[in-house]
Design a protein around this ligand. Structure first.
Ligand code: NAD
Length: 354
């Protein structure tokens, strides 16, 4: 099959963790195309993540909401967009428990809005063929629900069993994506990825929380017993998988992406603390900072994905093992933590001088 070659990409949610890493990946590894980053700058966004890219002519940032139908249509026309990659979402399970409706709005309505704009612009207005445009939707392993310790890893064909408002909103968006393919022939691809880690992740997520706590001598909070299992992938491996699926994935298909690093939260926290002991030794091991806090409501025990499809049909495999990825991630947060501390000192000095 001919490889799809995007010309003008609309990336939504590019000021967030994975979107920012993917824009970096585009700029350094693959495409000389125009990249339009649309993000409404929620608390999770950080424009500084892309600061060094703003001088590139082909990179444009637009502040706006994927729920704004007029804006999306204008952007598609103005920048002659032929590819949409939808990263934009409310992404934190804890927040979805406290405020579920914004998840329904951004994750479900926002995705449906993007699909409809793509259908009208590509299929009705330009009458493009399926080989000339792509809608790529970023989904999650959480749509398949919680697994027991002995359940087999989920394939793409497994039925959806979302259990949190976050995973329910992602599952619902996935159904819209498939429906637009089946009903209108919109050329879509979709991927379910496991838990990502790496640079530029918001400090509220588990791995940045552990590293920040170590760097600042604070308690490391672990939910419940710490026995919940997640499958961790370094974000750059996820970005390579997205590129592969975008260029070579079969239309209408979903692909699982994971690196086969299933670890429970206790083991992961211990492992990070022991790495910190090697990299930045203190009198006591960082493991002494680990504490247990009341469990999350409805906390899923385990997620696990079967990645046979992407490995065998698209020849993708992860390249960064967990230890190497954690060392890179710790190094990144050590650097940013130092900068934050230095900036905090400077702002105290300034205030004192005023
Ligand atoms: P993130 O929260 O770091 O970033 C999301 C970005 O989307 C933010 O910059 C935010 O401002 C933006 N956004 C939210 N609502 C928007 C709206 N209505 N309009 C425009 N922009 C909006 O999330 P992330 O971790 O980078 O996740 C990106 C995508 O990958 C999400 O769809 C998420 O469900 C999916 N995913 C994440 C993981 C993970 O481990 N982080 C794993 C699998 C799938």
């Amino acid at each position: 099959m001919r490889r799809f070659k995007p010309q003008n990409i609309l990336i939504t949610g590019g000021a967030g963790f994975i979107g920012a890493n993917f824009i970096r990946h585009c700029c350094t590894h693959f495409l000389p195309y125009n990249i339009i980053n649309l993000d409404n700058l929620t608390y999770a966004a950080n424009l500084e993540n892309l600061q060094d890219l703003y001088t590139e002519d082909r990179f444009v940032f637009i502040e706006g909401d994927i729920c704004d139908a007029d804006l999306i249509f204008k952007l598609l026309r103005k920048y002659k967009i032929d590819t949409i990659i939808n990263f934009a979402a409310e992404s934190h399970v804890d927040r979805s428990i406290h405020d579920p409706l914004i998840f329904a709005k951004s994750n479900v309505l926002g995705t449906a809005n993007l699909l409809e704009a793509a259908r009208q612009y590509w299929l009705t207005e330009l009458k493009l063929s399926a080989t000339d445009c792509r809608f790529y939707h970023i989904s999650t392993d959480e749509v398949f629900g919680s697994l027991s310790l002995t359940n087999a890893a989920r394939t793409e064909e497994h039925r959806y069993q979302p259990r949190s408002p976050y995973s329910a909103s992602k599952a619902s968006a996935d159904h819209f994506v498939h429906a637009y393919h089946h009903t209108y022939g919109l050329p879509v691809v979709l991927s379910h990825c496991s838990n990502n880690y790496g640079p530029y992740q918001h400090p509220e997520k588990f791995i940045p929380t552990i590293i920040h706590a170590c760097l600042n001598g604070q308690a490391i909070p672990i939910y419940g017993t710490g026995n919940n299992i997640r499958d961790w992938i370094y974000v750059e491996d996820h970005c390579r998988a997205i590129q592969t699926i975008l260029e070579q994935g079969q239309l209408g298909q979903s692909y699982n992406i994971a690196a086969n690093n299933q670890v429970d939260n206790n083991t992961l926290a211990q492992e990070i603390c022991l790495l910190m002991d090697e990299l930045l030794p203190q009198q006591q091991s960082y493991t002494t900072l680990i504490t247990y806090v009341p469990d999350r409501l409805g906390h899923d025990l385990r997620y696990a994905l079967d990645t046979t499809k992407i490995r065998t049909t698209l020849s993708w495999s992860p390249q960064i093992d967990l230890r190497a990825g954690l060392i890179k991630t710790i190094a990144y947060y050590m650097k940013t933590n130092k900068l934050e501390q230095r900036n905090a000192k400077i702002s105290t000095i300034n205030r004192a001088m005023i």
